[in-house]
Ligand binder design. Structure first.
Ligand SMILES: C[S@@+](CC[C@H](N)C(=O)[O-])C[C@H]1O[C@@H](n2cnc3c(N)ncnc32)[C@H](O)[C@@H]1O
Length: 229
């Protein structure tokens, strides 16, 4: 895969129409509402392991789906997304839960000094990157700006959906990683996995992974992405 093959994925979110669609999608039917509740329950269970955070970075924030949930956990919430349209939709709809600041930026190149946040929260980004070096670059960037924890969701193999997917031939925009791949990505990014929470084991591919940052006190400026051999 070429380095810029993910551009199409990023561009899809850079329209107000798509942002409106995505922003209301998770509440648009009984099934999607149920799945959304389960996803939030997965995060609640996973993050209940942490002490209250004084600062959280939500990246990618999308249309602010998790702002009410994250606002409950912290006094300072900062949002980053590569799409101004997505965050604009969130700011319009999630009034009362809006972050202290919203920055349009890439997860790979976050505009914050090292060790800026207690927790970096990342929902539904990494499973769009089939190449380990791209996932590890993003996780390394999170590791750099966090002084405590990184929590991210991704799609894993070993469930009904990944099995069904293996028989499909159409172009994929979402990718399944084995638990071994997930562990390799985490370790290459200077993180230690603490706990993995499934959304619905054997049925849903979505898992949330909580990691501790290895070297929170050291200077972490990393100009090079993590290497994969
Ligand atoms: C599937 S949505 C998830 C949004 C939100 N986290 C959620 O779970 O509802 C993916 C988001 O990632 C953003 N995005 C895509 N590539 C990105 C990148 N390299 N850096 C930051 N944001 C990115 C898109 O604009 C979009 O808002």
């Amino acid at each position: 895969m070429e380095a810029n093959q993910n551009e199409g994925f990023e561009r899809a979110y850079q329209s107000e129409d798509f942002a409106d669609y995505y922003g209301s999608k998770h509440e648009s039917s009984a099934t999607l509402r149920f799945r959304n509740r389960r996803e939030i329950a997965m995060w609640t269970k996973l993050l209940s392991r942490l002490p209250k955070s004084s600062s959280i970075l939500d990246c990618p924030a999308g249309a602010g789906r998790f702002w009410p949930f994250l606002r409950n956990m912290t006094s300072t919430l900062v949002a980053v997304d590569s799409s101004a349209e997505m965050m604009g939709r969130g700011q319009k709809v999630q009034q009362g839960f809006a972050p202290d600041s919203c920055e349009v930026a890439m997860a790979q190149d976050l505009p914050f000094p090292d060790n800026s946040f207690d927790l970096v929260f990342c929902s539904r980004l990494l499973h769009h990157f089939p190449q380990a070096k791209d996932r590890q670059e993003i996780l390394s960037s999170f590791s750099r700006v966090s002084r405590g924890y990184v929590a991210f969701s991704t799609w894993r193999t070993g469930n009904y959906k990944s099995l069904r997917n293996s028989f499909r031939r159409e172009n994929q925009t979402r990718f399944f990683a084995s638990m071994g791949d997930i562990e390799n990505d985490v370790k290459a990014a200077g993180l230690t996995p603490i706990h993995i929470q499934h959304k619905q084991r054997l049925v849903s591919p979505i898992v949330a992974v909580l990691c501790r940052v290895n070297d929170s006190m050291a200077s972490k400026s990393r100009s090079e992405p993590a290497r994969v051999s």
